[in-house]
Design a protein around this ligand. Structure first.
Ligand code: A2P
Length: 264
């Protein structure tokens, strides 16, 4: 069964996708994609900076014929096969501090216009953004011709992103999490361990379930076939309301990844 969320493009996107950061060698990518397809993953998240786009494209080309898909199947990336289902602006500014705020804002507008053009041509089926702050989202909504379909940001119980989530809700933008496991560091917290015990599930499954139970899409990243399978088994149990609240109460604005809020 494929659990999906409806994008504002009218297309359903899987709530679960495989994150591929740090998966570089073609063999590891192939093994991970094979395990993921077998476990039911139908979305794959890559980025130019991960340096694995062509390895991912090749693995998908080789492996997809092994698996049956219905015609509404959704692929996050079909790299090197003509089109991409969803393409995101990775970061709202440049890392270079000497670039002015105004220049960053101009670059964002130009990048978005370029994505709109590729979207109009059909090369990109949906377009969106990553690491945008509420201010970046408002700026984009005021100037865009095509609204973003999705925002992808760091999201886990220590970083609940209330403001961004309500901005996305207001604008009809799908909210997608990265680093749901806090880069693995959240797996050992006492509250997570206790909820895991209550559910009879692993800490990783609890952290992923906490997100999808709120309608948030997730991209757990693993190179290990057993953990790739484990991370997909999150749709056959639920977390009680009180345990959901206990997890959400871990909020402390803590980031495990780069903070985009300095980019104006
Ligand atoms: P590995 O690739 O060896 O499985 P995040 O997505 O929050 O950045 O976390 C990813 C990290 O968590 C990776 O280092 C990954 O290591 C590890 N990881 C992924 N899934 C699990 C799991 N089910 N149990 C334990 N660790 C996991």
């Amino acid at each position: 069964t494929c659990h999906t969320v409806l994008l504002n493009t009218g297309v359903h996107m899987p709530l679960l996708g495989l994150g591929t950061d740090k998966l570089v060698s073609p063999d590891i990518v192939h093994q991970a994609v094979d395990a993921a397809l077998a476990a039911g993953y139908r979305a794959f998240d890559s980025a130019t900076v991960y340096q694995n786009e062509s390895a991912l494209g090749q693995a998908l080309k080789k492996l997809l014929p092994k698996y049956w898909f219905d015609s509404r199947g959704y692929f996050h990336n079909q790299l090197d096969v003509g089109y991409i289902d969803l393409y995101l602006i990775h970061w709202p500014g440049t890392q270079n501090r000497s670039v002015s705020d105004q220049r960053n804002s101009g670059n964002r507008a130009q990048s978005w216009a370029a994505l709109e053009e590729l979207h109009a041509q059909g090369t990109l089926k949906a377009i969106g953004v990553s690491n945008y702050t509420p201010a970046h989202m408002r700026e984009l909504m005021q100037s865009c011709k095509v609204p973003p379909a999705l925002l992808q940001v760091e999201f886990h119980p220590q970083l609940c992103q209330d403001e961004l989530r309500s901005v996305c809700k207001e604008y009809g933008v799908c909210f997608q999490a990265y680093s749901s496991l806090g880069r693995g560091e959240l797996l050992h917290g006492p509250v997570v361990l206790e909820v895991a015990k209550n559910c009879g599930r692993s800490p990783a499954q609890v952290l992923l379930r906490w997100a999808v139970q709120q309608g948030v899409a997730v991209l757990p990243k693993s190179s290990n076939p057993d953990r790739i399978r484990e991370n997909a088994e999150i749709f056959d149990f639920s977390i009680s309301d009180s345990d959901m609240d206990r997890l959400s109460a871990l909020e402390c604005s803590h980031r495990y990844c780069w903070d985009p809020s300095q980019v104006v």
